[in-house]
Design a protein around this ligand. Structure first.
Ligand code: TXA
Ligand code: MG
Length: 355
């Protein structure tokens, strides 16, 4: 099934669902106007949002997530017409990328406009911008603007810092509980992993975080190849963007995790009955063997399907009584780059205590 077909939230709403949605949007607007936080659905993962023009409200996001203050937030816009309100320089490549991919899972880092709060950018001279492709959140953004407000929501993923990003409203509640007064329920996220981030603030476009929109398709629109994160001029450059999604340990469960080859997983499946430890297993090629004592999750064998289910699977196994999580190695293929990136960071951070 393609990601587009999976967008449950795009289905026409019946009348009662429509009035519930309208009521929730009105509640969300009132909370945002009062400087409170609202969790929002996006096509990638759920976000924890505040009015991007209200620094006191934005500061609450950092407190609720336990996120270091110098880690900048993405600003979600209603449409590309707002680019110039937030960025002081919008190169032609940025306009072309917005035209090609917005609304959609692409975040662009641009030089920030005057008046963009330090709270939001962590003091950086740049700002991250994207137009999310979720009908409920787009509706909220447009409603904010229609009411004379900013029409802009600052929102990181709605998880505690370093932990697994939420891909359903229930995940957000489990993650943040009462720290968020309202979770707008927009169903399961269609993409399931965070947006691609491309830095256009320093000349050559650079890929900071891989995502569903590939480096190749961004390069095709820009008309030149992308530099990757590792090719940055100097780590000591204070203007080098800081991206928590680029930390080695991130998106991580509390249960220890291990990566195994498909061949080793097959051996483990054959000998499962003799094991004393109970493992949670994420496989994309092998079905659960009969009478396995392990908790075996089989994810789709295509990258988009796997990305859709990956965080939910990690979360499920992290909550289950298993000693460790074992993940089957992913195909070594460009299509798997973004999920492989998230898996690697989860492996690095797994088993560490919450910051
Ligand atoms: O798909 C997504 O991008 C989701 C949804 C909610 O939109 N958001 C998300 O936010 O993943 P967060 O905060 O979990 O990750 C955003 C990443 C962080 O690594 C942050 O450091 C980076 O974007 N970022 C934001 N502004 C930046 C800037 N000015 N320069 C460099 N990196 C920036
Ligand atoms: Mg995050």
């Amino acid at each position: 099934m393609s990601a587009a077909e999976r967008k449950e939230s795009d289905l026409p709403l019946d009348e009662s669902a429509e009035s519930a949605a309208a009521e929730n949007i009105a509640r969300a607007l009132a909370l945002l106007n009062a400087g409170e936080l609202v969790a929002i659905p996006t096509e990638t993962v759920y976000g924890l949002a505040a009015d991007a023009r209200n620094p006191a409200a934005v500061a609450k996001i950092f407190a609720a997530k336990g996120r270091p203050r110098q880690h900048p937030l993405i600003v979600h816009l209603a449409d590309a017409a707002q680019l110039d309100d937030w960025a002081s320089e919008v190169p032609p490549a940025a306009r072309a990328l917005a035209q090609a991919f917005w609304p959609g899972p692409l975040t662009m880092i641009l030089k920030r406009a005057a008046g963009v709060s330090d709270v939001l950018t962590g003091g950086a001279s740049t700002v991250g911008l994207r137009v999310p492709a979720h009908p409920l959140t787009l509706r909220l953004l447009h409603a904010m603007r229609a009411a004379g407000g900013s029409g802009a929501l600052a929102a990181p993923s709605a998880n505690r810092f370093g932990r697994i990003s939420p891909t359903s409203a229930a995940h957000v509640r489990a993650e943040l509980g009462d720290a968020v007064p309202l979770v707008l329920d927009g169903g399961a996220c269609a993409v399931g992993i965070e947006s691609t981030i491309v830095d256009l603030s320093r000349g050559e476009p650079r890929l900071l975080r891989p995502g569903q929109i590939s480096a190749a398709s961004i390069a095709a629109v820009c008309g030149r190849p992308l530099l990757c994160h590792e090719q940055q001029d100097s780590a000591a450059d204070s203007d080098v963007p800081r991206a928590s999604g680029t930390l080695a340990a991130h998106y991580a469960p509390q249960t220890p995790m291990r990566l195994v080859t498909s061949a080793d997983l097959a051996i483990l499946a054959a000998t499962a009955a003799n094991e004393t430890k109970r493992c949670g297993i994420i496989s994309h090629s092998l079905a659960a063997p009969p009478a396995s004592q392990h908790l075996w999750l089989r994810l789709p064998a295509d990258a988009a399907g796997y990305a859709h289910d990956f965080y939910a699977a990690l979360r499920q196994l992290d909550a289950a009584p298993v000693d460790r999580i074992i993940v089957e190695a992913l195909p070594d293929d460009e299509a798997w780059r973004a999920v492989a990136d998230r898996l690697q960071r989860a492996l690095t951070g797994a088993g560490e205590s919450c910051e």
